[in-house]
Ligand binder design. Sequence first.
Ligand SMILES: [Zn+2]
Length: 370
Amino acid sequence: MPPPIPVPRFDQFYRYPELTRLLQDYAAALPAVLELRSIGKSHEGRDIWLMVVTNSATGADVDKPAFWVDGNIHAAELTASTACLYWLHHVATGWDEGDEQVRQLLDTRVLYIVPRLNPDGAELALADKPRHIRSSTRPYPFDEVPVEGLTVEDIDGDGRMLTMRIPDPHGTYKKCAADPRLMVAREPGEFGGEYYRVMPEGMLKNYDGLKISTNPDREGLDLNRNFPAYWRQEFEQSGAGPYPTSEPEVRAMVDFVTKHRNIGAAISYHTHSGVILRPMGTQSDDDMTPEDLWQYKRFSDLGAKSTGYPAISIFHEFKYHPKQGTGSTNTWARCSGRSRSGRRTRKPASPTTSGSSGTASTRWKTTSSC
Ligand SMILES: [Zn+2]
């Protein structure tokens, strides 16, 4: 008799060895529907786990229409991992309890779930002396340790990197009247008060007695800018890496997806913004194929209804700068789907047919990316 289905904890984040054990326990508990695979190694050599979720008795995963789910490409966005585990737990227990919807889903479809696409960055965020970098732990664009300036660090060892305030008559901040723990901006033309400079907690090297500049993280990559669609060089898109798919985590995902033409839709989980982002990141809605746009809107609206988060276009409502267009998982997945749908060789599978081959023409739908 297989071991019981594990019950994940949703009040804590898993470090890598515990996450690995949890995923292995799921696969051991339900071998008929769960298979754990590694799609590649991270920069530091950790396996990137992918859970294949389908009823193996009704056919191989590659012969069924598939949905891709990933989370935690950004290092400190650990809740994205938890969201993937919630999905996994929902379908695992639903299958076990005979939930009709889940049974029908796993009889006829496959889910590819990658709870932690960037295990190195997440591990640093969860370390005993944590750091919250953007993405990969690989130093980029420079290997060297900075020789001067302030490097952000947990100096007092309390596990947090806070902001320091230093009294200065020329400071640009003042205490908030409602709560003096908060700093608010000094108004233009304002004089005569108590003002402060603020800077992050960290170690200052080679101080010249005058100027303090804060060093950017040595780990300057953003894996979500390393995808091979609308990729831009570093000066146009920060963290993009030396070339598309230069980073092993992104390479592993792109390799897997391009070799699995049964994948027809995808979602990438992030945190921070509380929105559902839909394509395009680089193009106006007016320039999109209308049929695509209508489908994205339809599915995004369903997501908005069930989560309460607004569903928005990256291009129109989420750009960090009006002149910026970002290539990301979202944009790549959409472009990849269009190239797949342009090379139809087989008939699409019927939505209710199990074990049927031929889902290559399914067009990708993607949501969520930042
Ligand atoms: Zn993110």
